[in-house]
Design a protein around this ligand. Structure first.
Ligand code: CDP
Ligand code: CDP
Length: 221
């Protein structure tokens, strides 16, 4: 695994990780791992089985056995297209609850490592640079103010035909971020060897260009 170049992009909810990581992966012809989708899939699968999100052993077993197919932008769970279902705010909250369980995180580790294939990987999440790919050649911590992130999430939901409430979205983001930051295992934090990219006042193009510049620097070092 270590000879495959990996770029990690970690950060809080709605900071732009997924958008930037996918654009960087496309520019470099690399594979892309949306690790948050695995926690979302675990939460959704648990809900569908009638399990409680905090039932560590049962949920971990489910996470290890997940029947998932990533087919381009589509995600299939046991053959069912759940691309939209895993994006709901409720599933996001469930994801952050199951993600705090150590056995669930261990159960998903091998599945994440399997994404590191030639010619390279861009992985986004919370612990990509700290736990899953500690040897990554480039580690980025992407962030933005809570206000900017809540507004982005609202815009995203409006574009999907929903009528989001800014105050409720802000509260959800803050409580999820707090759970992600304060958990004992693989908490969300800027790792010492990660480069900080604050996109509060930065568009997507500029953020992608910055990551690609850093990657060029890594290659020429
Ligand atoms: O993956 P993550 O939750 O960190 O964020 P995302 O889903 O990539 O981005 C959330 C929304 O913010 C998307 O609609 C992006 O287009 C938007 N965004 C933005 O407006 N400006 C940025 N610099 C980054 C993302
Ligand atoms: O799109 P957004 O940034 O809101 O969330 P996501 O990346 O889809 O992740 C959903 C939840 O999964 C997060 O709130 C984290 O609790 C958890 N997660 C994690 O613990 N570790 C990761 N590497 C990725 C996600």
């Amino acid at each position: 695994m270590s000879f495959v170049p990996v770029i990690t992009i970690d950060g809080p909810s709605a900071s732009g990780k997924g958008t930037v990581a996918q654009r960087v992966a496309a520019a470099l012809g690399f594979h892309y791992l949306d690790s948050g989708a695995l926690y979302r899939l675990t939460a959704l699968a648990a809900e569908r089985r009638g399990l409680r999100w905090r039932d560590e052993l049962e949920v971990a077993q489910l996470a290890g056995d997940l029947d998932v197919v990533f087919d381009g932008a589509a995600v299939l769970l046991e053959g069912d297209n759940v691309t939209e279902a895993i994006r709901s705010e409720t599933v996001g909250i469930g994801a952050s609850i199951v993600a705090a369980l150590p056995a669930v995180r261990s159960a998903l580790l091998a599945r994440q490592h399997a994404f590191a294939e030639v010619p390279g990987l861009v992985a986004d999440g919370r612990d990509m640079g700290s736990v899953v790919f500690p040897d990554a050649r480039l580690k980025v911590f992407l962030t933005a103010s809570a206000e900017a992130r809540a507004e982005r999430r609202c815009k995203q939901l409006s574009a999907a035909g929903e009528q989001p409430d800014l105050a409720a979205i802000t509260a959800d983001l803050e409580s999820r971020d707090e759970r992600d930051r304060s958990r004992a295992v693989a908490p969300l934090q800027q790792w010492p060897d990660a480069l900080l990219l604050d996109t509060t006042n930065m568009g997507i193009d500029e953020a992608v260009e910055q990551v690609l510049r850093w990657w060029k620097d890594v290659l020429s070092a």
